[in-house]
Write a protein of this length. Structure first.
Length: 618
């Protein structure tokens, strides 16, 4: 299943019996009463049953948003059943899952109590009519219900199903619900929304910014980026992008526009529809030239050859078809292994790439002879995605690189010649649509989380992110609440003028007293500041004296060191002097001793000489 409307995400687990089977007995919903209906005439499905489904069921179970593959639009689609098998047993209402869930006889009730589209349970009379229709064989035909009565989309509905980028990579268009938002890709700034003035004239919408009555399914820029084509429910529209001008509206012969493509010369537009039809449109005239029929299910991808002579289409019926654009004749077709979700021409139109619900991208040789007896085989299969591939886009001017988006949340770029993956970026949610600048350097992804992101393909870096308008709506609602609250407060004050005047007077007196107190305080502060001057000066003088004293101490310490050194030197000299004196004293003593000895010797000699003389005289 390619697309999932955000309106119904909250009710998925309840659709057709997929609610929690472990629900407590106390939480079970009581069965609804069924009226007695006695009639022999056949029940007209289109006139009697389909209106019931329209009110209570089709928001979740239509061809575009088929919850669990259940479509309740015709007896034929109902007979196909859903993902869990058949939902109607013709002639047996008691065995029909559809009746069981509608009458709340089963855990999976329909519609769920907490649905966001305001769908109400079926009344006893409606249940009786549904039961009788099943008992009569669940048959009928839908021939056309006349003009559709449109209603505004519920608030909070803003899924993104389509995105496109201009060839120069400057502008990104994103379809959010029934609006088309324009962004400046390099900066991520919003450039506003496209407005269809005809919708404002209907009175269904009163504010600008609405482009269609239904969800935007597809978008495509012209080669020069000046025009934009959009596809919705049974309509395709052409826009002049720079001036927010709707150039024209094209009524489609079939159903909702599922995909759209423009020729390289901008002259032709191909629109693939949910009904399986393809509209070939003259862009200049804004009119369909022919309708191509052949697909048995929704057309999910269209591509136009460079010379605009050949059209390629892929469908959920698993087939690829090749058409002659000049006359609409089918030239070839073949079946693929899985439903097709998107197509793109690569390698200058030599190969066709098809994306599939089985997570694979297949490449087909367009130069090979294709016949019913000899269907082609894929040239290559590009594998790597972990979920169904949802979209394809060329990622290089030469067609050698292909970008793909998937429900696995990634955008991948492939080398189609080698078959290998070149880069991988993670959007953060299932990717529903992608767009690539003509040179492949800018990529855009639109996700199921209502976010458009622009990427630099050279380094896989996100260049910006733009979120859904739900937040804007919430801000508006918040502003509205603020305004309402302000009005309420204003009314209260109007009703309490005397009290307000008294309060104002008291506040004025209080303010006067406060001003006087402030003046007195300022005066006291000035006096204190003046009184503080002398202590401050004294403190400064003391600090200076302390500095000078500290300097003197430092100098005295230095002088002390000099004196101590001089003392040490003097002491050393004194020691040397004393040693010299002792030596001199010793020398003098020795000399005195020697003199005394000499004197004694002389005396002795003189005495001896005298004795000798005396002896001689005798």
């Amino acid at each position: 299943m390619r697309r999932l409307s955000l309106v119904v995400v909250a009710v998925q687990l309840y659709a057709f019996g997929l609610a929690d089977s472990g629900r407590a007995e106390d939480d079970k919903v009581a069965p609804l009463p069924v009226a007695e209906l006695k009639r022999d005439t056949p029940v007209d499905f289109e006139q009697e049953v389909l209106p019931i489904f329209t009110r209570s069921c089709l928001a979740c179970h239509n061809a575009t948003d088929a919850e669990y593959d259940v479509i309740l639009e015709t007896p034929q689609t109902i007979a196909k059943g859903g993902a869990d098998g058949e939902i109607v047993a013709p002639g047996k209402s008691a065995d029909s899952r559809l009746f069981q869930v509608a009458a709340h006889l089963d855990d999976g009730i329909m519609p769920p109590a907490d649905n966001k589209v305001g769908a109400k349970p079926l009344s006893p009379e409606e249940l009786a009519l549904l039961k009788l229709w099943i008992e009569q064989g669940a048959i009928g035909e839908v021939k056309g219900r006349g003009p559709t009565k449109w209603q505004p989309l519920p608030e909070g509905v803003n899924p993104i199903f389509a995105t496109a980028i201009t060839g120069d990579g400057q502008i990104v268009a994103a379809g959010r619900a029934n609006q088309i938002f324009m962004y400046h890709a390099p900066s991520g700034l919003s450039l506003g929304r496209l407005t269809d003035p005809a919708l404002l004239e209907t009175g269904i919408y009163t504010q600008p910014g609405v482009a269609d009555l239904d969800l935007i399914q597809s978008l495509a820029f012209s080669p020069d980026g000046e025009r934009l084509a959009s596809g919705g429910f049974r309509t395709a529209k052409l826009w002049r992008r720079q001036h927010d001008v709707r150039l024209g509206e094209i009524a489609l012969a079939g159903d909702a526009a599922r995909c759209i493509a423009q020729s390289s010369d901008g002259k032709w537009i191909a629109v693939g529809e949910v009904s399986g039809k393809i509209e070939w449109i003259d862009a200049a005239e804004g009119k369909p030239v022919r309708t191509l029929e052949g697909h048995a299910a929704a057309v999910t991808g269209v591509a136009i050859s460079a010379d605009a002579t050949t059209l390629y289409s892929g469908s959920e019926d698993k087939t690829v078809r090749v058409w002659n654009a000049a006359d609409g004749a089918q030239k070839a077709q073949w079946e693929t292994p899985a439903p097709i979700t998107a197509v793109a021409l690569v390698l200058e139109g030599k190969q066709l790439a098809t994306a599939h619900a089985d997570n694979v991208i297949r490449l087909w040789d367009m130069n090979a002879e294709i016949t019913a007896d000899a269907p082609p085989m894929p040239v290559k299969e590009l594998k790597g995605h972990g979920g169904p591939v949802t979209s394809l886009a060329l990622a290089s001017a030469d067609g050698k690189q292909l970008a793909s988006g998937s429900r696995d949340g990634t955008l991948r770029v492939w080398n189609v010649e080698a078959g290998n993956q070149l880069r991988n970026v993670n959007h953060g949610a299932a990717v529903l649509a992608i767009a690539v600048r003509s040179d492949g350097k800018r990529l855009a992804t639109a996700g199921e989380n209502n976010t458009v992101r622009v990427w630099n393909a050279e380094n896989n870096q996100s260049l910006g992110e733009s979120k859904g308008h739900l937040w804007t709506q919430m801000r508006f609602e918040k502003s509205g609440r603020v305004v309402a609250a302000s009005k309420a407060r204003l009314e209260e004050r109007k009703q309490a003028v005397p009290q307000a005047e008294t309060l104002a007077k008291n506040e004025a007196e209080s303010a006067k007293k406060a001003a006087e107190s402030k003046t007195a305080a300022e005066k006291a502060l000035a006096e204190k500041q003046e009184a503080l001057k002398k202590p401050t000066e004294d403190k400064q003088a003391a600090e200076k004296a302390l500095t000078d004293a500290t300097a003197a101490v430092v100098k005295a310490m230095a002088d002390k060191e000099v004196a101590e050194k001089a003392f040490v030197d003097a002491q050393t000299n004194l020691d040397k002097t004393q040693a010299a004196k002792q030596a001199a004293d010793k020398t003098a003593n020795d000399a005195q001793t020697a003199a005394n000895s000499a004197k004694q010797a002389r005396n002795n000699a003189e005495q001896a000489a005298k004795q000798a003389a005396d002896a001689a005289k005798q």
